[in-house]
Design a protein around this ligand. Structure first.
Ligand SMILES: *Cc1c(COP(=O)(O)O)cnc(C)c1O
Length: 372
């Protein structure tokens, strides 16, 4: 057998993730490996924590990066917080909410489902009804930015409802972090996870997480050990925290953390608010171009995600043929519809480094030429 080296093409990634990676992040990846307990690496991990606190707008001590993709961050939140028998309300308005529900069940929790139609935001009224009907609920979980449908939910209102009914909140911010306003402390979010491959302009495979003091207290008072040894935050925290006792838990993905560090430095230098505005601006430009092509959004204006534009595939257009032409002729990837939206919807991502004038222009030109 003789397999040669793999050289991927240079694509423009405007799907639901992974999104375009900042060139400086790619450079950071190829720097020399050093030991994961090397004092210089430990210093870098401390900086990653600080930068994540900025990105999440939190002072939470328990802020770190799980060494695995966003799905592992999701799992980390549920396996740590949910003890067998705990009642958890999960608001579901797309694919990722369903996955949260699955995590509750697998953690031995008692699941209460609150469902909204695909394409709609999570309804605070329905959540409140569920909390009234289940006064023994201990947690509320929902997705801030539902990537399967392009919908933004009102995390601030949902978290304050959770608090009002003595519940901890678990929030999926995989697609929202860096793309739309998110204030972990001000909104009273107790557990949050994100991903590197969406609006952070970083490579896939790492999941930033943060836990409030109340969430940490819940984890510390568990009667049973966390079922997952790898994701047990009480153990991982000793690896990530700045104290003297830092010791081996697992080998951090050294170069991937260089990449995350660089991506977060870029975010810091741009400024969080500026990054949010950049996503909003590119969304407006894409939107007016799409509307000129007669392509319409499937989500109401008030709850559209700027970083994930879910649009109706025009009548009579062959979904797969268009996407494959975009890929092959323009090196441009846009996303297909998921689940109920398969074949009906395109998901055009403007995430992180992909949210730039060049990309918006390329996407509009490529779609116009292809649809003709
Ligand atoms: C992408 C995504 C995930 C999963 O992240 P992976 O890095 O693919 O594991 C979870 N939730 C939402 C909302 C996402 O968009």
């Amino acid at each position: 057998m003789s397999v040669s080296s793999f050289y991927p093409p240079q694509r423009t990634l405007m799907g639901p993730g992974p999104s375009d990676v900042h060139p400086k992040v790619l450079q950071a990846l190829s720097r020399p490996v050093i030991g994961h307990l090397d004092p210089l690496f430990i210093g870098m991990m401390d900086e990653v924590r600080e930068l994540l606190q900025y990105a999440f707008q939190t002072k939470n001590e328990c802020t770190m990066a799980v060494s695995a993709p966003g799905s592992a961050g999701m799992e980390a939140c549920f396996v740590n917080l949910v003890e067998p028998g705990d009642k958890v309300v999960v608001c579901i308005n797309g694919v990722f909410g369903s996955r949260m529900a699955e995590n509750v069940v697998r953690s031995g929790g008692q699941l209460v489902r609150v469902e909204d139609d695909w394409g709609q935001p999570v309804s605070p009224d329905k959540l409140e009804d569920a909390l009234k009907a289940h006064p023994d609920a201990k947690m509320v979980a929902f997705v801030h930015a539902e990537t399967s449908t392009g919908v933004l939910s009102d995390a601030q209102t949902l978290c304050s409802l959770a608090k009002q009914y003595d519940c901890l909140s678990i929030v999926d911010a995989v697609t929202s972090l860096g793309g739309v306003p998110l204030y972990v402390d001000d909104w009273g979010i107790d557990a949050i996870y994100s991903g590197t491959q969406k609006c952070l302009s970083c490579v896939p495979g790492i999941s930033p997480v943060s836990f409030s003091d109340a969430a940490v207290a819940k984890i510390k008072s568990r009667k049973t050990p966390v079922q997952s040894w790898f994701l047990d935050q009480t153990l991982v925290m000793n690896y990530w925290s700045g104290n003297q006792k830092r010791s081996y838990h697992h080998t951090a993905p050294v170069n991937a953390l260089y990449a995350l560090h660089e991506a977060l430095v870029q975010l810091q230098d741009e400024g969080l608010e500026n990054a949010w505005q950049r996503h909003a601006r590119q969304h407006q430009a894409l939107r007016s171009g799409l509307e000129k092509l007669g392509i319409s959004f499937i989500v109401d204006e008030g709850c559209r995600l700027p970083q994930l534009n879910a649009v109706a595939i025009p009548e009579g257009v062959d979904d797969a043929a268009v996407r494959s032409r975009l890929l092959n002729q323009y090196n441009l990837e846009i996303g297909a519809g998921l689940g109920a939206f398969a074949g009906k919807v395109w998901r055009i991502g403007l995430m992180g480094y992909a949210a730039r004038d060049e990309n918006t222009a390329l996407c509009l030109r490529a779609l116009e030429e292809t649809l003709q």
